[in-house]
Design a protein around this ligand. Structure first.
Ligand code: URA
Length: 422
């Protein structure tokens, strides 16, 4: 009985492989009441899981659907997954960059929820871009272009789709076993041979402390290896937004700057660090991704990928009807630009959604004119808020004003790449 399984976990016991297979299978088939699964998820959040339990839970989630077969793709396959952050547009330049260096990148991405952005929402700011591909289209594009970024199909880890929606409304998202199995079941089912995880740490991330982020990274690396996927994790700073743009169209524009050989230093440096890890796992460590950014090969692959998915790489991106520039009221140094505060401000401006079915605004967002450590004079522009709905400005202005601090001196910043686990 399901209630017996809940009692085992509630009392701190260990679930057997048979119990886990049955629970996940029955839940996917709709044979278990949502309140029972909610109770089990809460027991798991409070009591945790052993390494064997997490491995079996992940296995059961993969087995709830199909595992994509990428054996027809002639290049080595390698993917990247970020645990989510603010201004994290890295997938956009990274996917075509790594493909331009000789690998195939099967990137199944998600949408933003809450203050974190989603890659699919960003790409849909490009006129015509389609994020829904069939498995056959996905594989064909990987063969032809080497890069595809699209939504995961219904048949990929369906247990996770149901369970994630339930966790979202029952306060059970922040469990390391449940996050690790959720992410890894989808990445393993996607069929990639290798995976680089970008585990974010800081106010704008799920994991606010380096200890929790390390534990999550370690759990995911072990799960990947146990399923035959070569996996490496980088722990990276998410206390301040990545780059200068936070939103959808504004982040696409910044990604294109990086592909053109420019762009903010932190976005370029993280893109290259992740590309080097991916190429090493794909057996291509002799290729320098910096060359492919400089000589336009990454840009060519981006344009081919956008066209293959119905988009027009030359079409102007949507522009917001309203823009409000906020200026420094004193001389000093930018001491903080808090990732969480800026993420919530962009969300309030319309860039993000509260419920899964809500639409997002392509043009809304925040553009940072100054980053932590930059000197400013009174009257210099600090940041700009963009929206189509002026009614959204006051709340976003208040949030951004709290997130951006000008002081006499700036504290030392953590390194962008804080740790590496393999
Ligand atoms: N992303 C996922 O896919 N699953 C989680 O549980 C958390 C973040």
């Amino acid at each position: 009985m399901f209630a017996d399984v809940i009692r085992v976990k509630r009392d701190g016991g260990v679930l057997s492989a048979e119990q886990i297979d049955w629970v996940v299978g029955a839940y996917t088939r709709g044979e278990v009441a949502e309140e029972q699964m909610a109770a089990l998820a809460m027991a798991i959040l409070l009591r945790g899981m052993t390494a064997d339990e997490v491995a079996r839970w992940t296995h059961a989630m993969i087995a709830s659907g199909q595992r994509l077969d990428l054996s027809g793709v002639p290049r080595p396959t390698v993917d990247k997954h970020s645990t989510g952050g603010v201004g994290d547009k890295i997938t956009l330049p990274l996917t075509p960059l790594v493909a331009a260096c000789g690998a195939a990148v099967p990137q199944l991405s998600g949408r933003g929820l809450g203050h974190t952005g989603g890659t699919l929402d960003k790409l849909e700011a490009i006129p015509g871009f389609r994020t829904g591909l069939s498995n056959a289209q996905f594989v064909a594009q990987l063969r032809q272009v080497g890069a595809a970024i699209c939504a995961a199909g219904e048949e990929l880890a369906p247990a996770d789709r149901k369970l994630y929606a339930l966790r979202d409304v029952t306060g059970t998202v922040e469990s390391i076993p449940l996050i690790a199995s959720s992410i890894m079941s989808k990445k393993i089912a996607e069929g990639t041979a290798a995976l680089v995880l970008d585990v974010k740490v800081g106010s704008g991330a799920f994991m606010k402390s380096a200890d929790r982020a390390s534990e999550l990274a370690r759990t995911m690396v072990e799960l990947g290896k146990a399923h035959g996927v070569r996996t490496v994790a980088l722990l990276t700073d998410m206390s301040t937004p990545l780059g200068r743009a936070v939103g959808n169209a504004v982040e696409v524009a910044e990604a294109v700057e990086v592909l053109a050989g420019g762009g903010p230093e932190d976005v370029v440096s993280l893109t290259l660090a992740l590309a080097r890890e991916m190429l090493a796992l794909a057996g291509l460590s002799d290729v320098d991704p910096a060359d492919a950014l400089r000589d336009g090969r990454a840009m060519d692959t981006w344009r081919a990928m956008v066209r293959a998915q119905g988009g027009d790489p030359d079409a102007p991106l949507p522009q917001a009807a309203e823009a409000e520039v906020v200026r420094a009221d004193r001389d000093g140094v930018v001491a903080a630009v808090d990732a969480y505060g800026i993420g919530v401000a962009a969300w309030r401006l319309g860039a993000g959604r509260t419920r899964k079915e809500d639409p997002v605004s392509a043009s809304a967002g925040v553009v940072l004119h100054r980053k932590p450590g930059d000197p400013v004079r009174a009257g210099d522009p600090l940041y700009e808020l963009r929206t189509d709905d002026p009614g959204r400005l006051p709340a976003a202005l208040a949030l951004a004003a709290e997130a951006v601090v000008v002081a006499d001196a700036a504290p030392a910043r953590p390194p962008l790449v804080m740790d590496r686990l393999d």
